[in-house]
Design a protein around this ligand. Structure first.
Ligand code: UDP
Length: 324
C-alpha cells in the first residue's frame, strides 16, 4: 500500500495524527530527526530518522517509498526563540518545506497538509478570527509560516498540488487512551506548566498578565483538543482526495478560555493546590485569540468533540501522571 508520510510524526500533534491516520486505514511512515520528538511515541508506522533540511535525505526517502500524501509538522515553533534565532527559523521552516515540495513535485505526490498557525494573524482586534482576517504576523515564527503558506501556493500552481494549511489555535490535551501526549523540553505551554505546578514539579504557576482587556484580566485563547486536531487532518486529506479546493483553515473551537479559567479547571481536575503569582505579560502575547472555525467545520464536515476544558485538562492530567 502507498504510505502517507508524516514529517515530524514523533512530535506532539504529529504523533496524534499518526494514530488517527492509522485508525483510518492508512499506512503511516514517519520522518523525524527526533530533535524534539520522541521515538517511543512513533507507534503507528515505521520511523525513518532524518532531518527535513537535509535535501539528500528527503530525496532518498521519496525514492525509497511510494508516498501518496505528505503531512508536514516538522518546524521550529517557539515564538520567543524565533525572535532570537531568525536564521534557525527561516532555515528550518522554509528550507524544510521547500525540500519536501521539491521532492513531491519530482515524485508526483499530489497532496500536502501543512501545519500552520493562528500566529499568521498577529493581534487582530476581533471576537472571532476568520480566515479572511488580515495576515499580519507580529513575530518571526508567524512570518515563517506565512511564507511557507505562500510557497506552497506557488508549488501548487506549478505542479498541480492540492493543499490544506490548518491554522492551529492552542493545541492541548492528550490522547484519551494515553498512547501519546505532550512532552516538550523545555515546556512553555500553559496547561502542562499548570500540571507541573499541581504536582510540585514547579514551585508555582505564573499568570502572565492580569491587566488585559478581557473579562477577568488574563489572556484568552482557544484551546482545542489534540485529538480533534488529528481528526481534522484526516478529514483534510479526505477532502482533498474528494476533489476539495486547496485552502487554509482555522482549527479551533470558537470558544475562548482565560488563563484564570484554566487555573480553576486545573485545580478542580487535579484536586491539588496550585501556588500562583501574577507575573508581567509575556512579550508578544495578544489579549485574545479565538477562532471562527466555521469554515473548517463546513468543508471538512468536522466537529471538535473532545475539546471541553474539562476533557482537555483531564486527558492532559492523566497523561502527565503516566509520563512524568
Ligand atoms: N501563560 C501563562 N503562564 C505560563 C504559560 C503561559 O499565563 O506559565 C499564558 C500565556 O501568556 C498565554 C496563554 O497562557 O496567554 C497560552 O500560552 P501558551 O504558551 O500555552 O500558548 P500560546 O498562546 O503562546 O501559543
Amino acid at each position: 500500500m502507498d504510505k502517507v508520510l508524516v514529517v515530524g510524526g514523533a512530535g506532539y500533534i504529529g504523533s496524534h495524527c499518526c494514530k488517527a491516520l492509522a485508525q483510518s486505514g492508512r499506512e503511516v511512515l514517519v520522518f523525524d530527526d527526533l530533535s524534539t520528538g520522541h521515538k517511543d511515541l512513533c507507534k503507528w508506522g515505521d520511523l525513518v530518522r532524518g532531518d527535513v533540511c537535509d535535501k539528500a535525505a528527503v530525496d532518498q526517502l521519496f525514492s525509497e517509498y511510494k508516498i501518496s500524501a505528505v503531512f508536514h509538522f516538522a518546524a521550529k515553533s517557539l515564538v520567543g526563540e524565533s525572535g532570537q534565532k531568525p536564521d534557525l527559523y527561516w532555515r528550518t521552516n522554509l528550507g524544510g518545506t521547500m525540500n519536501l515540495l521539491n521532492a513531491m513535485a519530482r515524485h508526483f505526490v499530489p497532496h500536502i497538509i501543512f501545519s500552520s498557525t493562528a500566529a499568521v494573524y498577529g493581534e487582530p482586534d476581533v471576537e472571532l478570527i476568520s480566515e479572511s482576517q488580515n495576515i499580519q504576523p507580529i513575530n518571526t515564527y508567524g512570518r515563517t509560516k506565512v511564507a511557507c503558506e505562500a510557497m506552497i501556493k506557488s508549488y501548487a500552481e506549478a505542479h498541480s498540488l492540492g493543499f490544506v494549511c490548518p491554522r492551529y489555535f492552542n493545541a492541548a490535551g492528550a490522547d484519551p487512551e494515553l498512547e501519546t501526549g505532550e512532552d516538550h523540553s523545555p515546556e512553555t505551554h500553559v496547561i502542562p506548566i499548570l500540571l507541573d505546578a499541581a504536582r510540585g514539579l514547579r514551585d508555582q504557576f505564573s499568570i502572565f498578565g492580569d491587566d488585559y482587556q478581557t473579562d477577568d484580566g488574563s489572556a484568552v485563547r482557544d484551546y482545542i483538543h489534540v485529538k480533534d486536531l488529528a481528526s481534522a487532518h484526516v478529514a483534510a486529506l479526505d477532502f482533498l482526495l474528494a476533489g476539495g479546493e486547496s485552502t487554509a483553515l482555522n482549527l479551533g473551537t470558537s470558544t475562548g478560555a482565560s488563563v484564570k479559567e484554566l487555573l480553576q479547571a486545573a485545580v478542580r481536575t487535579t484536586n491539588r493546590e496550585i501556588q500562583t503569582v501574577i507575573a508581567p505579560r509575556r512579550a508578544g502575547d495578544p489579549a485574545r485569540l479565538v477562532a471562527d472555525a466555521t469554515q473548517a467545520q463546513k468543508l471538512l464536515k468536522w466537529t471538535p468533540v473532545n475539546s471541553s476544558l474539562t476533557q482537555i485538562i483531564d486527558d492532559a492530567w492523566r497523561w502527565h501522571l503516566k509520563r512524568f
